[in-house]
Design a protein. Structure first.
Length: 469
């Protein structure tokens, strides 16, 4: 194994060093004027050092034989490894100086000769095995050669590459289960990729808070003038939005028994951790504080909060609330907007009616009537229940949003690291997951319409909610 070969190599180096020190310690021959006592002392010292040198030399010869035998055995093992399951690498002989196996996402890895993994669980199992194997026994798919930017320290540092498809697969699974990234009939957040050499992105945005003449585009204005009339200049006003990546981290302890079962391992990683990434990303977009995490819609400065009706009962949603929320959606966002609700808001939607003469009619009905699926539309826009909305009666229990006006920046996939030593005494291997992202609404304030008295009740925004009731 790699540890035995390393021990032999270290012992060989130590013996060579000891031989050099012993040789340098031999005394010079006595001078012609030396007396018998000095000559006897020199002879005794020389005999002592010679005996030590001979013993070291004999041990060194034994180590050389053992080292040659171990190298020959590993060469035989290398030749016997089936094709596709391993191969020699440029790395050192140690499986890792600190016992850690790190997996890093390599966006540039597009080698056609790199074999595909049958499953993510199979790959994680190979990583765990590599931590205790000689490099010759590593699955060659962990180290797909060529120009990867890694040095000859690949083996000693325990570095392995995860193909882009694997890294992206996990985050894609998270996004596919996150409603804020879009769905049937409505737009999702605007995703902005950040390059591998940067940790932030700056975006120029129009500094516009009013659609009144002279305020559009932050100050652009045109004039109707007579022939020969004087022209008046104007210019737009811009501001900068900076998204600086924050870390979302997960740590998984997998027992040795679980690692033996690649199907179960993949289920744990995919279903548990990918789902948790999905939940936390969506929670940040909706509720994020902006401190060490994305700024969520609920805490954004552009959020328009509709006040409750004067006679409205607690923990209710009435038709007038919906009318006002719809009215204050910015016009360009209506066609791609979506309603997000807490599931306990459903009874309010089901019982909501519009007065018609002396009677009334339901405002919300699922497609096909009450006997069909409960998921439908409200004012023609999709209604999606999500866990991240607040409970009924609390601000944020229902949102009306155009999510295309929310900016979300990330570095793509999830970075991985693995260590079998962190929980060695528990027979567990640790897998760490790191995802870097940031987000915030593109708007810094609600917008006063062109024809408006300027009252807060008339302002429009891509993000609307109800006040506490």
């Amino acid at each position: 194994m790699a540890s035995k070969l390393k021990q032999l190599q270290d012992r060989q180096a130590a013996l060579l060093n000891a031989l050099r020190q012993t040789s340098d310690a031999f005394p010079d021959p006595p001078s012609d004027t030396a007396d018998d006592k000095d000559r006897a002392a020199a002879k005794a010292k020389q005999e002592e050092l010679q005996a030590k040198y001979d013993a070291l030399k004999a041990e060194l010869d034994e180590v050389k034989v053992a080292l040659a035998r171990e190298q020959e055995l590993q060469e035989i093992e290398r030749e016997m490894i089936p094709a596709g399951s391993g191969g020699a690498t440029k790395g050192g002989d140690s499986a890792g100086g600190n016992g850690a196996v790190k997996i890093v996402d390599d966006p540039g890895q597009k080698k056609a000769d790199a074999a595909k993994w049958e499953s993510f669980g199979e790959q994680l199992r190979a990583v765990q095995l590599a931590a205790s194997q000689h490099p010759a026994q590593w699955d060659k798919r962990l180290v797909p050669s060529a120009a990867t930017g890694l040095s000859d320290a690949v083996g000693s540092e325990g570095l392995f590459l995860v193909g882009t498809d694997t890294s992206q697969e996990l985050i894609r699974y998270a996004f596919d289960n996150t409603q804020v990234f879009g769905g049937a009939g409505y737009a999702g957040v605007r995703r902005i990729p950040i390059s591998s050499t940067s940790n932030s992105v700056k975006i120029n945005a129009v500094n516009e808070t009013s659609r009144a003449t002279g305020s559009r585009w932050g100050g652009v204005q045109l004039y109707w003038i007579e022939t020969g009339g004087q022209k008046t200049g104007s210019k737009p006003d811009f501001r900068q939005i900076e998204l600086s990546l924050k870390k979302l981290i997960g740590l998984c302890y997998a027992t040795d028994e679980l690692l033996q079962d690649t199907v179960a391992l993949e289920a744990v990683i995919r279903e548990a951790y990918a789902s948790e990434f999905s939940f936390m990303i969506q929670d940040a977009v909706i509720n994020g504080s902006g401190s060490g995490q994305p700024l969520g819609i609920l805490n954004s400065s552009c959020l328009v909060t509709i006040a409750k009706e004067s006679d409205q009962v607690a923990k209710t949603i009435v038709k007038e609330n919906i009318d006002k929320m719809w009215t204050q959606m910015w016009p360009r966002g209506v066609a791609q907007s979506v309603w997000f609700i807490n599931q306990d808001c459903y009874p309010q939607l089901f019982s909501m009616t519009q007065d018609v003469g002396t009677g009334g009619m339901p405002v919300y009905l699922p497609p096909g009537g009450l006997s069909a699926s409960p998921f439908g539309t409200l004012m023609g826009r999709p209604v999606i229940p999500i866990e991240q909305c607040q409970t009924i009666g609390t601000k944020g229990d229902i949102f009306f949003c155009d999510l295309s006006e929310y900016l979300f920046a990330d570095k793509g996939g999830i970075d991985f690291a693995s260590s079998m030593h962190l929980r060695f005494d528990y027979d567990e291997t640790a897998f760490r997951f790191v995802y870097r992202a940031d987000g915030q609404p593109a708007w810094n304030a609600a917008l006063t319409p062109y024809k408006s008295a300027g009252a807060a009740a008339n302002k429009v925004s891509p993000m609307i909610t109800l006040a506490a009731r």
